[in-house]
Write a protein that binds this ligand. Structure first.
Ligand code: SPV
Ligand code: MG
Length: 545
């Protein structure tokens, strides 16, 4: 049965749509048609790309590409597997070189059914005996008995599952040294047996046998030729002679052998790829030929959207509390168990799938190399605060973003939980720290940690710099914004800048401003984090895991 691709593909000759019907049209209706050899899915694509209307699945070429002789060394099911790749790779009709049909009438029946299942448009059967030998090897190869071969043709026609499937009967009479009369006798018998077309093969250097045959054939049915040996004959001669279909039988496998040998030799001799780069097809071209763009489009349609989360790390300050440790580097580069603090933080971000990280540098900025991260500089770090540092990364504050201080360490689960937040703006607050820590980071919220589970929604930030009695905890310097939250944050930064408040503001001040107009969700934790402000913190950081 024709498959969907057959039904949909309609180009070349107008009218018929199935591949079998298109091959039939090439055989039955002028003008002279040409089909080109292919032996693999890739070569089939190249034939189609070149604008041919059909493909010759050459026995010689398929065998050679498998490293085998053209003597039926590849089993017919192995050939069938190659044909399936070819059929899938192209929309063109494929005429298969079926050799002798791999045996008697019974083998032909099964072959034709299986070809139909793979969307093959037609098969060419030659009047020789299994196992075959290539026509250009030796002389006077024995031919099949005419009646027996006619039985193969009839069996094939009775087995086709698509009414338009074609059987081309090939006579080797002239190649095997028989007379023109014998060639004509055989052609007539095969035509009578139901062959849709006759392939007349010749190994002369000129087309005289072919034109001689045509002069006597009288257009009884379409004639197919393979001008491998009489290659200098112009196509016009075939047109004038009334040929229906020309097969360019083996030139892609031959071209590939030339190219592969040349490339292999150059590389072997020069011990380098330089000699061939630019002479060989680019890898990008392979992607194009095999349709990777289609796969990309399909992935967008069928795969769940991938989440892309950025991080902005604020690391512009020196960190005066660390004394000599920050004489030549910012606080985030201080060593904690063999790695800078910043690298510990980047590791945690990476483990949670946040690989697109921007670090805002300031003090000793050259101590933070741009390896695997984007760097943005706040050159006024000495006179500005955290909000101004964040403002330096404003162009990168788009989409879902984590904002974090460069001197904070926290267990991975804290970030994982934060990334589950559905609020537009969420800050992480340690509810165990209401009296300790930096007063500016103490926050008040609509509910405390203990009561969070009984509420409908999350606790919301109500104020900063809360007195210990009012504080619900300490903001740990880690927050998350959704794509919308990023816009809200950018708007707040722009408003503070317009009011002249940006330069001196810290992040709690920015959060307070946001919470006045928008909901800032509080995600509570207890412990499992630290920030490094003092040498004591640094000692603690070295024990943090
Ligand atoms: C083939 O391409 O395998 C053919 C054509 O059968 S020829 O090699 O010319 O016989
Ligand atoms: Mg062959």
């Amino acid at each position: 049965m024709p498959n969907d691709m057959d039904r949909l593909a309609s180009f070349g000759r107008s009218g018929p749509v199935s591949r079998a019907a298109r091959l039939r049209s090439m055989l039955m209706t002028p003008p002279l048609a040409f089909i080109m050899e292919a032996h693999s899915g890739l070569s089939a694509k190249i034939v189609e790309e070149a604008g041919f209307e059909g493909i010759w699945a050459s026995g010689l070429s398929i065998s050679a590409s498998l490293g085998l002789r053209d003597n039926n060394e590849a089993s017919w099911t192995q050939v069938l597997d190659v044909l399936e790749f070819m059929s899938d790779a192209t929309t063109l009709p494929i005429l298969v070189d079926g050799d002798t049909g791999y045996g008697n009438f019974n083998n032909v029946r099964r072959l034709v059914r299986k070809l139909g299942e793979r969307g093959i448009a037609g098969v060419c059967l030659e009047d020789k005996i299994f196992p075959k030998t290539n026509s250009f090897l030796g002389e006077r190869q024995p031919l099949a008995d005419v009646a027996e071969f006619c039985g193969r043709i009839r069996a094939g026609k009775d087995s086709q599952t698509d009414a338009d499937f074609s059987i081309v009967a090939r006579t080797e009479a002239l190649i095997s040294g028989h007379s023109m009369d014998e060639a004509l006798r055989r052609a007539e018998a095969y035509h009578e047996a139901g062959a849709d077309a006759i392939l007349v093969h010749s190994k002369r250097k000129d087309a005289s046998e072919i034109t001689g045959f045509m002069a006597r054939w009288d257009q009884r049915c379409p004639i197919v030729i393979v001008p491998t040996m009489y290659y200098s004959t112009p196509a016009e001669t075939f047109r004038q002679a009334g040929i229906s279909l020309v097969i360019w039988a083996n030139h892609l496998v031959r071209a590939s052998i030339t190219a592969m040998r040349d490339t292999a030799q150059r590389i072997a001799e020069s011990e380098s790829l330089l000699a061939v780069e630019g002479r060989v097809t680019s890898v990008r071209e392979i992607f194009a030929l095999t349709g990777n763009d289609e796969l990309e489009a399909a992935s967008l349609r069928y795969l769940p959207a991938t989440r892309s989360i950025r991080a902005i790390v604020l690391a512009a300050s020196r960190g005066a509390g660390l004394g000599a440790a920050t004489a030549t580097m910012p606080k985030c580069m201080v060593d904690v168990r063999g790695k800078p603090l910043l690298h510990q933080l980047l590791g945690t971000l990476d483990e949670c799938g946040v690989a697109d990280v921007t670090v805002v540098r300031g003090y000793c900025k050259d101590a933070i190399p741009a390896n695997g991260i984007t760097v943005v500089d706040n050159d006024s770090y000495a006179d500005t605060g955290e909000a101004a540092s964040l403002a330096c990364a404003l162009p990168l504050l788009t989409g879902e973003t984590i904002i974090v201080y460069g001197d904070v360490l926290f267990r991975r689960y804290i970030l994982e939980e934060l990334l589950d937040s559905t609020a537009d703006i969420t800050i992480v607050v340690d509810s165990a720290r209401t009296a300790t820590g930096n007063p500016r980071d103490r926050v008040s919220a609509t509910s405390r940690n203990a009561s969070q589970y009984h509420d409908d929604g999350p606790a919301l930030l109500t104020g900063i710099e809360a007195a210990p009695a009012d504080a619900c905890g300490e903001w740990i310097g880690l927050m998350h914004v959704s794509a919308r939250g990023a816009l809200l944050l950018a708007d707040a930064i722009a408003a503070m800048r317009a009011e002249g408040l940006l330069d001196r503001a810290d992040l709690p001040a920015l959060l307070q401003r946001l919470s006045a107009h928008h909901q800032v969700a509080v995600h509570y934790i207890t412990g499992h984090w630290l920030d490094v402000d003092t040498l004591a913190d640094l000692a603690e950081a070295r024990n943090f895991s």
